[in-house]
Design a binder for this molecule. Structure first.
Ligand code: G3P
Length: 221
């Protein structure tokens, strides 16, 4: 499973990419608002760090506007993927952009049928939001399972990008269910490295190493 960072923070992307090479990045208006920076300039900077797909989200509500915005985003770098929302107009834009060679990420997907339509429209990436489904009392990871089955049944090429990930448990679950990609906040990415037994093990090794040095020094005297 590929790991993307869900952020518009260049500092977070740089840090994460130093630990393990990031497979891509997803951004949206909420994330760029948090940074308070120019969207296109930030995307350019991100694309200079990450060679995998970098998703840039359109804000128009009609296909014409989405296509126009998408074409502008696509000029920033080769690895830009244009995000459109899961609406009839979004799917029309998806088809037009895909036809002109621009890859599309269909976002705000909350049902298997929406994912089916997104695949039929030619989406390169399809983004089911699992955390937001959990928020309304549903089980977000069930949706990943359903979409995986549908895409496998019909050999759809669209990649399932599990989004709205809130915890390491989410990451593990979507990996087990066969999501192609998980996009996550930096905080969750960081947590993936942790285990209390790793910390305890490091402490024990260091303590024992210290004891050995003391012992050897004692013997020398
Ligand atoms: O990739 C979509 C993601 O940013 C949404 O996450 O936590 O706002 O539901 P969240």
């Amino acid at each position: 499973m590929k790991i993307f960072l869900d952020t518009a923070s260049v500092a977070e992307i740089q840090q994460a990419n130093e630990w393990i090479k990031l497979d891509g990045v997803t951004t949206n208006p909420t994330l760029i608002l948090k940074e308070g920076k120019d969207y296109k300039k930030t995307l350019k900077e991100i694309c200079s760090i990450v060679s995998g797909p970098v998703s840039a989200e359109t804000v128009s509500l009609n296909a014409e506007g989405m296509v126009k915005e998408g074409r502008e985003f696509a000029k920033i770098a080769k690895n830009i993927v244009v995000k459109v929302t899961m609406t009839p107009e979004g799917m029309k834009a998806c088809r037009l952009l895909t036809k002109s060679g621009i890859r599309v990420n269909t976002t705000l997907v909350f049902s298997a049928n929406q994912a089916l339509l997104a695949a039929k429209a030619g989406s390169y990436l399809v983004s089911p939001f699992i955390g937001r489904l959990d928020d309304i009392g549903e089980k977000g990871t069930e949706l990943i399972k359903e979409i995986r089955q549908i895409y496998d049944n019909y050999s759809f090429k669209s990649q399932i990008l599990a989004a709205s990930i809130r915890s390491p448990e989410h990451v593990k679950e979507v990996a087990m269910l066969g999501a192609d990609i998980a996009t996550m906040p930096f905080k969750v990415y960081e947590q993936l490295f942790n285990h209390k037994l790793t910390d305890a093990g490091i402490k024990k090794f260091l303590d024992d190493w210290g004891k050995l040095q003391k012992e050897l020094k004692k013997r020398q005297n």
